[in-house]
Ligand binder design. Structure first.
Ligand code: C2O
Ligand code: CU
Length: 463
């Protein structure tokens, strides 16, 4: 539908300034390729929770008749899904088979600083390292990706990313779709641009606010279609783009429920017509394909109407399940509302002029300290510039936090859950309540990956 494609009309302006995620329009998915479902990573031996993850180069026929050079984990492009259970002690043998430095960062995972895979823990080409940690957090959909200083964006862009599922006794007993690849679907959304040779051209559309492409890949598949039955289907959505925001909705305008945020289940399913994710945010939603008016030509679409993921709904009626009405016992932040702000973070700038509290990242500088196990309230402020400014998705390593308020207002129901990345709008002040379970040095940064690489990052030491 070409009519949906306008290059820069009024809808791309925010406060008189172009909102960068819309500068390049996305081509519609034509839904001709069955969606790739990544394999589940199996442990190195059946009696052990020990895994091996290799970062490697690959070649994939993503586009018709062309071979694209890619990066992947244990494969050519993207990675397998890691599944950990709460309480397990996990060992991961990380291996760098690239010809450049990389790190293995576990985004959203509560791990000691030394296992977190930030920019201080680079592996040289050929190097291996075993990390070990105990899974202490509740069921959630997290992800992993590289984090070498100044090189994160290009390595993610070329294909290094994978999902992590945490399961626990609660997720085991909940009535929610759980059949991997059938009604529990991992979905990594990424926009990319290919050059005429079919290569992922990192430089082609890069402006300093992030790489925006015109071609959508879902789990590495171009023009994907997802076959589903007439049943409730759980979609685990990750915005894995470097810089583009997505607003997911059904092309019929019908509603669905959100059941989880970045770091765990909401207390109850929340009925919505759309969900917006900035880079690195996740949401789990359930669409009930047995309840929709019509299942012909059904798709998830983006805010501008472009098709993100078409569904091929079979006439097969699957056993209908009723989603649990109570999902979690996430404690809202009544107590934290009255706590004083102990850390102020000011995000500012665009392009290469991005900074946090007036500074760019310095690996030798610790910006803040916090005591292990102590809850603090941080206020994050996105300071406008003369042009208006832009949304910065703010991420903190090694923990999950709660949103206390946005500009003094209690978060919406669908944000009353654990978060590790939060969209901060121009001019907005957001208060979060945050505690670290482990010690070590952790990063906090904007998850527009080019902003991170341009120094929009700081460090906190938990003692
Ligand atoms: Cu998803 Cu510092 O990263
Ligand atoms: Cu930013």
């Amino acid at each position: 539908n070409e009519g949906n494609h306008h290059m820069m009309d009024d809808s791309t302006m925010e406060h008189g300034h172009m909102s960068h995620d819309n500068v390049v329009s996305l081509k519609d998915s034509t839904g001709v390729n069955e969606l790739n479902i990544p394999p589940l990573l199996t442990s190195d031996a059946t009696d052990r929770t020990e895994y091996t993850i290799k970062a490697q180069t690959g070649k994939v026929d993503i586009l018709d008749g062309m071979t694209t050079e890619t990066l992947g984990y244990n494969g050519d492009l993207l990675g397998p899904v890691l599944q950990f259970k709460k309480g397990e002690t996990i060992k991961i043998n990380t291996i760098n088979e690239l010809d450049q430095e990389t790190t293995f960062h576990w985004h959203g995972l509560e791990v000691p600083g030394e296992a977190d895979g930030g920019p201080h823990t680079t592996l040289s080409p050929g190097e291996k390292e075993q990390i070990e940690f105990k899974v202490t957090q509740e069921a959630a959909t997290l992800w992993f990706h590289p984090h070498p200083e100044g090189k994160t964006s290009e390595q993610v862009y070329k294909g290094l990313a994978g999902l992590i599922y945490i399961e626990d006794s609660n997720s085991a007993k909940l009535e929610i779709p759980k059949e991997y690849g059938k009604n529990d679907i991992p979905l990594v959304f990424q926009d990319r641009i290919f050059d005429e040779q079919g290569q992922l051209d990192y430089k082609a559309v890069m402006n300093e606010d992030g790489t925006i492409g015109d071609t959508l890949l879902v789990n590495g598949t171009v023009n994907p279609v997802l076959p589903v039955e007439k049943e409730q289907v759980r979609l685990r959505l990750l915005n894995g783009s470097n810089a583009r925001n997505f607003t997911f909705k059904l092309n019929t305008g019908e509603s669905f429920v959100q059941i989880a945020t970045d770091g765990g289940f909401l207390n109850e399913p929340v009925t919505l017509n759309e969900v917006t994710l900035t880079p690195s945010e996740r949401a789990e939603i359930i669409i009930d394909f047995s309840q929709l008016n019509s299942t012909n030509d059904l798709s998830l679409i983006n805010e501008d109407g472009s098709i993100l993921l078409p569904f091929d709904v079979s006439n097969q009626e699957a056993d209908s399940l009723k989603t649990s009405e109570k999902l979690n016992d996430f404690a809202v932040t009544d107590e934290e509302e009255n706590m004083p702000v102990t850390k102020n973070i000011e995000l500012f700038g665009m392009m290469e002029h991005v900074e946090i509290n007036g500074k760019k990242f310095d690996p030798e500088r610790i910006d803040f300290t916090q005591e292990q196990g102590v809850t603090e309230v941080w206020e994050i402020y996105n300071k406008k510039d003369m042009m208006g400014g832009m949304i910065h998705p703010f991420h903190i390593h090694g923990t999950q936090f709660k949103i206390v308020s946005r500009d003094g207002v209690e978060p919406k129901e669908y944000e009353q859950g654990w978060k590790d990345t939060i969209a901060i709008h121009p001019g907005e002040k957001v208060k979060i309540a945050i505690q670290f379970k482990h010690k070590g040095v952790y990063m906090f940064h904007c998850h527009i990956l080019e902003h991170e690489d341009n120094g929009m990052m700081g460090q906190i030491e938990v003692k």
